[in-house]
Write a protein that binds this ligand. Structure first.
Ligand code: TRP
Ligand code: SF4
Length: 327
């Protein structure tokens, strides 16, 4: 018997890459086995920063859903839905906004960091300040017990916990106080050894072609101490080797681990082997994606079904909420 509920979402602001796969997605897949999971597309959250160019939101929503299914998230086991299709989230967000003190939002470290870093956009909006209040509505709507997120999102879930406590204190016990389930960071770095990210231009996407994978793997920085082929290398600091550990067969990985520090293998050859393993590893994901892309009606049905299940849960929660708030 599954115990407990999980809610997590992704903002549809572009394609999924290997950092997402080995960070959030495989973790989500794993959680499916032990929890009732609600996974959703946070399109209103995307709008808080992309309001001036919303096209990307529509474009990436179905891209992401297809990726979810292609990597093995199962829409029959988990409930997939699209945030903006469940209007109850907006209602709960309004109610939470009445009880959320402004300083809780203003002192949020993720908020402050994003204002500092995302300088190309004007983020001094009411919607962006209220981002975590909407997130609290997403989470508490399904009475989640746990929320799997990366470290940057932990302050938002902390705020959700405070909002849940405050609501329960004011109106009676309606919501469980959910735990933060920190997602371990993906070990796979981008081609330049920084964290893999679309905005750094260093990512390998699930949709990349064989040629793109060959080109990107060719550009990857290996052990930075290894300038020439006869210098010894250190697999432990080499990002190419991290990919081998996931995608290359174990015996070959052992060989490389021994050959690299003895300079018996060069980085160019080593990368070729890795690119082959990676392409092979992604093959089933691609095949599944192709199948789904040629059957978009089925994908739409899947989402209609998920939305229906989410809506039913949301309606129940909102009945209890309205009763509690007496409005
Ligand atoms: N803010 C999250 C992110 O950018 C996305 C998100 C929205 C979310 N609502 C959520 C995550 C609820 C977990 C639970 O990654
Ligand atoms: Fe990395 Fe392979 Fe080069 Fe060693 S040989 S440094 S593991 S790419």
């Amino acid at each position: 018997m599954k115990q407990g509920k999980i809610v997590s979402g992704m903002r549809p602001t572009g394609k999924m890459h290997l950092g997402h796969l080995h960070g959030a997605l495989l973790n989500w897949k794993h959680l499916q086995e032990t929890y009732h999971c609600y996974y959703f597309i946070a399109d209103w959250h995307a709008l808080t920063s992309e309001y001036a160019h919303p096209d990307i939101i529509r474009e990436s929503t179905y891209d992401i859903i297809i990726d979810w299914i292609s990597v093995g998230l199962d829409p029959e086991v988990s409930t997939f839905f699209i945030q903006s299709d469940i209007k109850e989230h907006a209602e709960l967000y309004v109610l939470f906004s009445m009880i959320t003190p402004l300083p809780w939002l203003e002192r949020n470290p993720t908020y402050k960091e994003q204002l500092r870093e995302l300088t190309q956009r004007d983020l001094y909006t009411y919607g962006f300040l209220g981002y975590p209040v909407l997130q609290a509505a997403d989470i508490l709507m399904y009475k989640a017990n746990g929320v799997p997120v990366g470290e940057d999102q932990a302050p938002h879930v902390e705020l959700t916990r405070e909002i849940a406590r405050r609501f329960n204190h004011l109106y009676g016990e309606v919501f469980p106080v959910p735990d933060v389930l920190l997602t371990p960071m993906s070990k796979l770095l981008g081609m330049d050894r920084r964290k893999m990210s679309k905005s750094y231009g260093n990512a390998i996407f699930l949709t990349d072609s064989d040629q793109e994978i060959d080109r990107k793997v060719g550009q990857m920085i290996t052990d930075p101490q290894r300038a020439r082929k006869d210098d010894p290398g250190d697999p432990d600091v080499c990002n190419v080797f991290s990919f081998h550990e996931i995608y290359t067969e174990a015996e070959k990985v052992r060989e490389i681990k021994a050959a690299c520090p003895a300079a018996r293998i060069g980085c160019v050859g080593c990368k070729k082997i890795m690119a082959e393993s990676l392409k092979k590893g992604l093959e089933p994901v691609r095949a599944k994606r192709k199948e789904l892309e040629s059957n978009m009606d089925k994908v739409k049905d899947i989402m209609a079904d998920g939305n229906g299940r989410a809506r039913a849960a949301a309606r129940d929660t909102m009945e209890a909420v309205r009763e509690a708030v007496k409005i």
